[in-house]
Structures are given as C-alpha cells and as structure tokens.
Design a protein around this ligand. Structure first.
Ligand SMILES: [Fe+2]
Length: 215
C-alpha cells in the first residue's frame, strides 16, 4: 500500500517540477506575492503542528510531529524556520506583520490548512507526508528566480534539503506503522490527507501561472 502512496507523491512531484509556472519569467510583484504566501504558511505551520501533535496517539507519529515542530520553531537550531522565512520576505523589501495578510496564491492552500483541525490521525500523517515531500519541488521550481532577484534564499535552501530528507521520512515511517495497525481503512485516510496536501501545493503554482499570464 505504501507503494501506491509513493507513486502518487511521485506523480505530484512530477506535476510540480514540470509545471508551466516554473518556466515563466515572474515579475517582482509576483515573486513578492509568492514570498508573502510562504510567510502566511510559515506563521500558521507551528500552531497547526502543535494542535496535530496534541491530538495523535500513535507514538511514532507523535514523535515525528514533535520533531517537525521543534524544527519549525527553532528549538534545537540557531534560527527558526519562521525567522528564516521573515528574512526571506524582508530581503525583497517587504515588512511582514505577524498576522499575515491573505494572498491570491494562498487562497486554496489556506482554506485547506484551515480544516486541518478536523483531520483524523491517519489523515494528519498523509497531509504532513505530502506537504513535506512536495515543498522541496515547489521551492526548487522558483529558487533561481529569487536568487536572480537578490533575495535571501536561506529559507528556500533549508526546506529543499531538510523537508524531503528528514521530515517526510519521519512521516513515511509513521504512515507505514499506521497502515500495519489500521489496515486498508487507515491507508485510505492517509491517501485522502496526502491528496489534499498535494492539491494545496499545486494550487499555489496553478494560481501563480494564471496571474503571470495576465501580466
Ligand atoms: Fe519549515
């Protein structure tokens, strides 16, 4: 069953890597909007993980969420991902408030993130597994344009290297364990959560592409 999940994540990764938005020359205003979308995501990620972590019972999933949470909040690191994201946004000349304003790119993803308190334990595992697996591809598709724009890309670099290698692997192990105890129904829920996260990630590029065509 985990093979089917791996295949679907692979297909979603290919959709992101081959997305036409990645081949577009993006305007500075769209780059800023993408960065602010990441800021909104970054600010909400810590409370989202915290509420998820407190709701799950599976020890491995709980441990994986806890480790992810510590990483986002910078408990064991010099700087939190939230600070890295703020520096990324500020390097583009923006002053992000702690309560982020909604962006056109993040509308669908925000709506999806907003319903995460309703997710079941296996759905949480799928949601985080797909999110962490696909963020590196998303950031890879735009990183060169931010580098050329002179942005501080440490936030993007950190996620390209850490999310897929560490965070996603923790969630994959937790998912395998949930499937071994919960069987087919648990797998179905993991797949559901993963598909929601994949749609949310791809929606950012879909909207970015539409907006770039209109400029
Ligand atoms: Fe992060």
């Amino acid at each position: 069953m985990i093979g089917q999940l791996d295949n679907e994540l692979g297909e979603a990764r290919e959709a992101i890597c081959g997305h036409p938005a990645g081949g577009q020359r993006l305007s500075r205003s769209l780059l800023c909007e993408f960065a602010l979308t990441q800021w909104g995501d970054s600010v909400v990620w810590v409370p989202m993980l915290a509420t998820m972590r407190d709701r799950v019972n599976n020890p491995r999933l709980r441990q994986a969420l806890d480790a992810n949470l510590r990483c986002e909040a910078g408990v064991d690191a010099l700087r939190s991902h939230v600070t890295l994201c703020r520096q990324f946004v500020m390097s583009l000349g923006l002053q992000p408030g702690l309560i982020p304003s909604r962006t056109r790119l993040g509308g669908y993803a925000s709506a999806m993130t907003d319903i995460t308190p309703l997710l079941t334990e296996p759905q949480i595992a799928g949601w985080i597994l797909a999110s962490e697996s696909l963020v590196p591809a998303l950031f890879t598709s735009v990183i060169d344009q931010f580098r050329q724009a002179g942005a501080d890309i440490a936030y993007l670099v950190e996620h390209i290297s850490v999310d897929d290698e560490e965070h996603a692997q923790w969630m994959r192990k937790a998912s395998i364990e949930l499937i071994s105890t919960g069987g087919g129904p648990a797998f179905g829920q993991i797949l559901f959560g993963a598909r929601l996260a994949a749609r949310a990630t791809i929606s950012v590029l879909d909207t970015l592409y539409a907006l770039s065509l209109g400029e």
